[in-house]
Ligand binder design. Structure first.
Ligand code: GLU
Length: 306
């Protein structure tokens, strides 16, 4: 039972926290391994908070589109759990946190080719192998149609970012995919990595992302309740890579980050926070996004452990 009352947001407070968060973003840096992500403005910023009463708070550039990158992973997992069931999916990937970075080959090798969890690259590539369709484009379309339908959002494939990903071959993701193939975890390596690259390049606004977050909080059908619970649990334990445990202790809400600078927190019974600010810290999480979510959650007593 919550012993501290949760508070509602007000826009003046949010503005103050946003200004403080933005001023910290120059402590981070843009990722360089995907050229398109290095070309964005480090000052770009947007946040949308949707609460369970239907209130919406938006600051920054509402029209800004950004690639989801790893923030697509909880929603790939949701699709898989709803469509294929937990037994099949947790035979393909584990549910253990990892102390290694998001793109670690060493972790996968140590685990015999069985990905630790669906929030790191190996896990998401292994799940991308289960999307239906002959190629990455078709598989990505299946996932985005499904999410757009259920989430009421408008995800679109960002071809510039996809071309950029393809222009700079990612040897770690390629090695992870090869390892998954040789260990028998996936059977079609080319389609799996192609699908993974496509879905990471789905673009969204903060409104789209907040709506996707609400899908995890307000499952549209009774059969989704358990999948949504499992996705939120994995966001909490694995969503911020090696920083997940620290964030759970210090902040305490299920959260997923992406290397584009996007962050999504979902707070059961309260609402969703979707934020975009590109400069990242050493673990690949948005500096401003982390700070802003921390301020909102602490100030309004929103930790799920309160
Ligand atoms: N597509 C990115 C990669 O594989 C996603 C990583 C991330 O967002 O953390 O490197």
């Amino acid at each position: 039972m919550n012993t501290q009352a949760r508070l509602s947001l007000n826009l003046v407070q949010l503005e103050t926290w946003v200004e403080a968060a933005k001023s910290r973003s120059d402590q981070g840096s843009l990722p360089t391994y995907i050229p398109q992500l290095a070309m964005v403005s480090p000052k770009a910023f947007a946040v949308q908070v949707l609460d369970c009463q239907g209130n919406c708070y938006l600051l920054g550039n509402a029209d800004l589109r950004f690639s989801l990158m790893s923030v697509v992973k909880p929603f790939l997992l949701l699709y898989m759990l709803v469509e294929l069931g937990a037994d099949r999916i947790f035979a393909q990937v584990g549910m253990e946190p990892s102390d290694y970075p998001f793109n670690s080959l060493e972790q996968l090798q140590a685990d015999g080719g069985w990905p630790r969890n669906p929030m790191i690259n190996s896990g998401a590539i292994a799940l991308s192998a289960l999307l239906p369709g002959p190629d990455g484009q078709t598989r990505c379309q299946v996932l985005s149609d499904w999410l757009n339908h259920w989430g009421g959002c408008s995800l679109q494939l960002d071809y510039d970012t996809l071309n950029s990903v393809r222009s700079a071959p990612n040897s770690r993701n390629d090695a992870i995919t090869t390892e998954l193939y040789h260990r028998g975890t996936i059977s079609d390596a080319i389609a799996a990595i192609d699908a993974y690259n496509h879905i990471c390049c789905l673009s969204a606004t903060v409104e789209d992302l907040a709506k996707l977050g609400m899908l995890l909080l307000q499952p549209p059908q009774p059969s989704w309740i358990e999948p949504c619970r499992q996705v939120k649990a994995l966001m909490m334990t694995c969503g911020l890579y090696e920083a997940s445990s620290r964030f759970a202790v210090q902040v305490g809400v299920p959260t997923k980050s992406g290397v584009s600078g996007v962050m999504l927190s979902v707070i059961p019974g309260w609402g969703a926070i979707a934020c975009y600010s590109p400069p990242l810290d050493d673990t690949g999480n948005s500096v401003a996004g982390l700070f802003l979510i921390q301020e909102i959650v602490r100030s309004l007593n929103l930790s799920i452990f309160n």
